[in-house]
Design a protein around this ligand. Sequence first.
Ligand code: BG6
Length: 461
Amino acid sequence: MKYRFPDNFLWGAAASAPQTEGAALIDGKSKTIWDYWYEIEPERFHNGVGPKDTSNFYFNYKEDIKNMKNINFNSFRTSISWARLLPDGINVNDKAVEFYNNVLDEMNKNNIKPIMNLFHFDMPLIMQEKGGWENREVVEGFKYYAKTAFRLFKDKVSFWTTFNEPIVPVECGYLADFHYPCVKDMKRAVEVAYNTMLASSKAIKEFKDMKCEGKIGVILNLTPSYPRSNDKEDVKAANLADLLFNRSFLDPSVLGEYPKELLDFIKENKLTPYFEEEDLNIIKENTVDFLGVNYYQPRRIKKKESEIKDTDILMPESFFDYYIWADRKMNPHRGWEIYEKGIYDISINIKENYNNIPWYVAENGMGVENEKRFIDDKGMVIDDYRIDFIKEHLKWLHKGIEEGSNCFGYHLWTFMDNWSWLNAYKNRYGFYRVDLENNLNRSLKKSGEWFKEVSKQNGFN
Ligand code: BG6
């Protein structure tokens, strides 16, 4: 076989509690910032579809897991909902324990390895009311939640992750206006990022102190930053974007410390967050066992050319500009560049600069609008574009592995079409289609059929 992957390679997909479970306001779950935001500003969500129902995994998990098995998944990642497990932040919700136990048992019974994540953008509202990640009390709240989850489910889960894309709530909630609380303030963003990092390390410390078996990691969306040219200023700009968006979590998570250049930048711009000396020891001593990498798109960076006005709020983009690469290929639905080689560059970066730590592709995928138009007369979405997308990324990943990068799996975003934050069900990502007009019926797409073989053969030609 031309592209054969290492033995025991993980094949599967990723999802998250808030995007799939539904049942957002029943069985004891308290509100997250998403439930609340939808209540006060429903018009911001595509077609007015909010987080209440999503794809109903809460009720449908048995059939869904059967569908995973049907296409030969050997692993699946989702998250636990903090607001479901600990509705008031302290007391355990028995219904949640029952639900997650059922899901984990069903997966294990079907030989689908669960990878359980603790936080996927879904801050409980009661924690946000305390100030969210700006408040160190919430960091302690998270530590308590992590400890509770480990205690309850550690016998059923051997791969844990603390956060999915921790930079996203920083970017979208405190710099851009895409997540609640819709703040635009770089100083507060840095505080949020720092406290999130600390929360991750504290959760890892709990995991180790409890002597849990299994491994713990973090999932980062790494967006390689490519400079427009070799010009010193372009390279410097790309390096800064890399420091802010990638290395701000990658270095402390894997190496146990922040890059000096990042600390200098933060200091120069008077952005240093509140910290205690002991924090740095906790970060140093509690690095991850493995890394999950979400890869969708690169960043194309050039030196700052547009003018900054005195009235402009300080933003990462105050220090560099984006540019359009002449050869770029786009996914027009999501507005993201498709650059398959990025996954290879990431694999080599991890190998060379991050101790060749074990890692896996925790998300990669293609969101496409109006897939209905590709349904054939047997009712199947013929998504050849998705097969090509996955194949091309896998080829580059394979090359990285052949050159020694320690990658142990590939997960697509996502298993079945799901709710995507403000975009709701606009772009579809799944191996299975979810029919919103017909009872949320699931039907296999052509890409799912293709993946079934890839997983079975552990590769493709
Ligand atoms: C990742 C997230 O950023 O990308 C997912 O982990 C998200 O939660 C996915 O759904 C696809 O992005 P989007 O914005 O199209 O949903």
